[in-house]
Design a protein around this ligand. Structure first.
Ligand code: CA
Ligand code: ZN
Length: 303
């Protein structure tokens, strides 16, 4: 299995990015990701307000997928996520959901051991590894890896985890996949501004669906019995609306139902959830059960 080193990172998704590796559709890869601080925090004495902010949110890659052309779907299946043993969290004045009451920058070391992260020596939780930043090169313009766009980016969605299949609309030749910002755990909302930030090894299988019938404008995730539209916007309302409308069009494509019927169906069995509220662009998702589909044992997009 080919390994992509965490030495090879980008800090922005750009059409100009040059690939660090070129792989075939169908290949399995091990992608080493750095933490969102580029491992600049070594202990609780290191404060996030003192690190080099031009080096946050590194994404390993980009990885060219041979044959990927704009309009294709890139399929990234997450086979496994192994997180390292040293996680960090931070609280920062004027940032995140509690910036108004955080007066001093704080760094917290959160060890990961025995399948748990240890918030304190007495308070531990099962790890729930996920990938915060994942995306493809945008068609135009440059997006820092800390931001979110139709290409993906810093979505911080808990559903981007082991066994998830993520579909991206390819925007430039080769797709140029990159990912980083793994968390050993995170709650929906990412309230303070981070999860339990850790380096990780992410095993993925990449595949291509050439010239698909339906082209989702933003990333779509399949996980277990659900399929999920992730929306973004400058407010949570806008992010929610985008995710709802993306889900509407996806269900319309899959079922042919009329839109009023779909609206009621989403309202009856769809779950609208917050991904994160702490970045300038917010992310929200709509999760729908695959049981609404005729072929619910099949992937939602096929080649
Ligand atoms: Ca993040
Ligand atoms: Zn993160």
């Amino acid at each position: 299995m080919r390994t992509i080193s965490r030495k090879e990172v980008i800090f922005e998704f750009s059409p100009e990015n040059q690939p660090v590796a070129s792989v075939e559709a169908g290949e399995t890869l091990l992608i080493e990701t750095d933490d969102c601080f580029r491992s600049q925090l070594k202990s609780e004495k290191d404060l996030v307000t003192e690190i080099d902010f031009s080096k946050v949110n590194p994404a390993t890659g980009p990885i060219e997928i041979k044959g990927a052309a704009p309009g294709d779907l890139l399929v990234v299946e997450i086979l496994d996520i192994q997180v390292e043993s040293k996680g960090f969290m931070v609280a920062i004045p004027e940032e995140g959901g509690f910036g108004d009451i955080i007066k001093d920058s704080v760094t917290k070391l959160v060890p990961v051991k025995d399948g748990k992260f240890w918030f304190t020596p007495e308070l531990s939780f099962p790890i729930n590894p996920m990938v915060g930043v994942i995306g493809v090169a945008p068609a135009s313009g440059t997006k820092p890896c800390g931001e979110i766009g139709d290409h993906g980016g810093n979505m911080d969605a808990k559903v981007i985890c082991k066994d998830a299949r993520i579909y991206f609309l390819v925007q430039r030749e080769g797709a140029m996949l990159a990912m980083g910002d793994a968390h050993a755990g995170m709650g929906d909302g990412e309230a303070v501004i981070c999860g339990v930030e850790v380096p990780a090894e992410v095993q993925v299988r990449v595949d291509l669906i050439k010239n698909p019938e339906f082209k989702p404008p933003r990333p779509v995730v399949e996980l277990g019995d659900h399929f999920i539209a992730i929306g973004h916007g400058s407010s949570l309302d806008e992010a929610a609306s985008t995710a709802l409308h993306d889900m509407m069009e996806l269900v319309h494509y899959k079922t042919g139902m009329n839109r009023a019927e779909i609206a009621m169906l989403i309202s009856a069995v769809g779950n609208l959830k917050v991904c994160q509220i702490v970045d300038p662009q917010k992310t929200a998702r709509v999760e729908m059960p695959k049981s609404i589909l005729k072929s619910h044992d099949q992937p939602i997009f096929a080649g």
